[in-house]
Write a protein that binds this ligand. Structure first.
Ligand code: ADP
Ligand code: MG
Length: 600
């Protein structure tokens, strides 16, 4: 066995594997370089989702021919002038991106420094660098990357569909645009503009909020609280959404540390803690937080793509964020609901008897009630807020008339609806508390499945079609699924740039907040691979749909409706859990209740 030194190109290809795992990673590195070069405008163009071509053009400082040659050498950087790995003021610092990209593609860099008479360009083909030649470029830098990963075909196999890869690119650029709000960004994919972030006039805070609105949704600025806090030299700024503004995933929670987008699991837990009791467990608030702290207190050099950081004192950071968020939320006039006594919960048993599968021929009054609710909006809903979400009033308890025979059924006879959310029923030997929202979600899911399997989902024509304003990318995500959504009963069509129009909804949803539903679906689809069918993810889609339909928490039910709900749950498989795996009801046996009162 002989030990040999690997050729440089091979070393670079190996290194590239760590930094550049997909087109979005290359775009992120190139855009970071443009930002480090002081660009005020950055334009990205993609072909083939970035695999066939990526072009990043900026109006930054540019490079001389000598710098061009150095820039594509490994570990050559202009960004660590004092060899100081602690006080890093730029996004880049390792001198690895350009040689890595050049090792696994055909890359052309054209550049012209400010005031220079002409532009020059160099080419790197799978690591082989050619001599600089004069080029035509008015100023700044233009980097073209073609045939990404062609020298490493194994990597090509891991790429997803073009649309998915383009989506990752847009996500990466968005993150950087949320920090650099003084820079204009565009992204074009196959000739279509998919991201456009101009620079708006106004002071710094206006600019930031405007930009956040472009990323987090038009409703964000009107529903956001400003965050400003400082402790021991650590500064926290940003905006957090009101608890009423929530999404089905945590994808709209952003953290930036010293101007760098980072993904930190710390944030997820901290946010959950701060919004505890204010947002349902399966919903996630929307926010963007900017943490600025002395370089000594954070290590940015722990992740190849610089996407993670390590805090010297993560307890301090966590405390600062929770404190600032709770303070802002309390100031907004929201009060955390008191949690249920844990003692009572300790004896409450979830999903005790498996529901009986009795098939019924007669139409359920529960369904009929829903159809009526569609025509006549329930009084349980107050006027929609500017966010488009309905504010739910807590109606007084409703007492159901006893139904003589149902007390023997597994879920008992409905006795009351409390807080517009819980149906309380009496069984032979205890009480059952049903979360009507969770139960409804499961029933909708099962009905959609049954209707799909039978003769298709019945649609309800909207008297007035709903136009829903989304971002370009979100609208595309929805429209790409238009056919599948049609099968599920939701008829959507394009409506100008960044908007869709909804003409029909699944009849079984009843009265629906259509814009909120479509926005949530777009959010869901952001986490789906383009190749994944909605039917494979039916439970998630149904959960999202059911979330926006009429019998969600807050709707008052008549006694007949309550009992019909219980009977339909008994007749529906899996009705003990909602689509997210939460229980739809809990049962307290009389014996448990007696124990609670010390009677046993
Ligand atoms: P790093 O960003 O870590 O320094 P890179 O390989 O990304 O390493 O870039 C190498 C060098 O090339 C940078 O330090 C910078 O001097 C120069 N450079 C890269 N992109 C640009 C650009 N768009 N404009 C001006 N200079 C650039
Ligand atoms: Mg760089």
């Amino acid at each position: 066995m002989t030990i040999r030194r690997l050729p440089d190109t091979l070393v670079s290809q190996i290194a590239a594997g760590e930094v550049i795992e997909r087109p979005a990673a290359a775009v992120k590195e190139l855009v970071e370089n443009s930002l480090d070069a002081g660009a005020r405008r950055i334009d990205v163009r993609l072909e083939g989702g970035g695999q066939r071509a990526i072009v990043v053009a900026d109006d930054g400082s540019g490079m001389s021919p000598a710098d061009l040659l150095l820039a594509v050498e490994r570990h050559a950087t202009s960004k660590l002038p004092d060899d100081d790995l602690v006080h890093i003021a730029t996004l880049g610092f390792r001198g690895e991106a350009l040689p890595s990209i050049g090792a696994v593609s055909r890359m052309t860099i054209a550049s012209r420094p400010k005031g220079a008479a002409e532009a020059w360009s160099v080419e790197v083909d799978a690591g082989r660098v050619s001599a600089p030649v004069p080029a035509a470029l008015p100023g700044g830098t233009r980097i073209e990357v073609r045939d990404l990963f062609y020298p490493v075909p194994a990597r090509l196999k891991f790429l997803k569909q073009e649309r998915t890869e383009a989506g990752h690119v847009v996500d990466a650029v968005r993150r950087l645009a949320m920090v650099a709000d003084h820079v204009a960004f565009t992204v074009d994919d196959a000739g279509r503009n998919v991201l456009n972030m101009p620079v708006v006039l106004g002071d710094v805070a206006d600019r930031r909020l405007e930009r956040l609105g472009r990323v987090l949704g038009r409703e964000f600025p009107d529903n956001a609280l400003k965050i400003e806090a400082e402790r021991d030299g650590v500064r926290l700024t940003g905006y957090i959404g009101l608890p009423t503004l929530h999404r089905p995933s945590a994808a709209s929670q952003y953290l930036f540390v010293n101007g760098r987008p980072v993904r930190d699991r710390l944030l997820l837990g901290v946010v959950r803690g701060a919004y505890q009791d204010l947002v349902a467990r399966d919903r996630h608030p929307v926010l963007a937080l900017y943490l600025d702290l002395p370089a000594e207190l954070v290590d940015v050099n722990v992740h190849p793509a610089k996407a993670e950081v390590r805090f010297r004192d993560s307890g301090l950071v966590r405390g600062l964020i929770v404190g600032a968020l709770r303070h802002a939320l309390a100031g907004a006039g929201h009060r955390a609901a008191s949690t249920v006594g844990t003692a009572a919960l300790g004896v409450a048993r979830a999903n005790l008897p498996p529901p009986q599968f009795t098939l019924r021929a007669a139409p359920s009054p529960y369904r009929l009630a829903e159809a009526a609710a569609f025509q006549a909006p329930s009084s349980g809903f107050a006027a929609p807020t500017q966010a488009g979400y309905a504010v739910l009033e807590a109606p007084a308890a409703r007492i159901a008339e006893a139904e003589s025979d149902s007390i023997a059924s597994p879920l008992g006879a409905a006795r009351a609806q409390l807080h517009g959310t819980y149906v309380v029923a009496e069984t032979g030997d205890g009480i059952v508390i049903v979360d009507q929202h969770a139960a409804h979600e499961r029933l909708v899911f099962e009905r959609i499945k049954n209707q799909l399997a039978a003769n298709g989902i019945a649609r309800q024509l909207l008297l007035v079609p709903e136009v829903v304003e989304l971002g370009t990318l979100e609208a595309e995500r929805i429209l790409a699924r238009a056919e599948e959504l049609g099968e599920l009963g939701l008829l959507v069509e394009p409506f100008g740039p960044g908007a869709v129009v909804v003409r029909e909804v699944p009849a079984l949803l009843g009265k629906t907040d259509v814009p909120a539903l479509v926005r949530d679906l777009a959010d869901d689809f952001g986490t789906l691979d383009a190749a994944q069918s909605l039917k494979d993810r039916l439970s998630e889609v149904c959960a999202t749909m059911a979330c926006h339909s009429s019998v969600r928490a807050g709707r008052q039910l008549t006694g007949t409706e309550m009992n019909a709900l219980l009977r339909e749950m008994e007749a529906t498989p899996h009705s003990g859990q909602c689509g997210h795996g939460r229980p739809t009801y809990v049962e307290l046996k009389l014996a448990d209740i007696e124990r609670l009162f010390g009677r046993r």
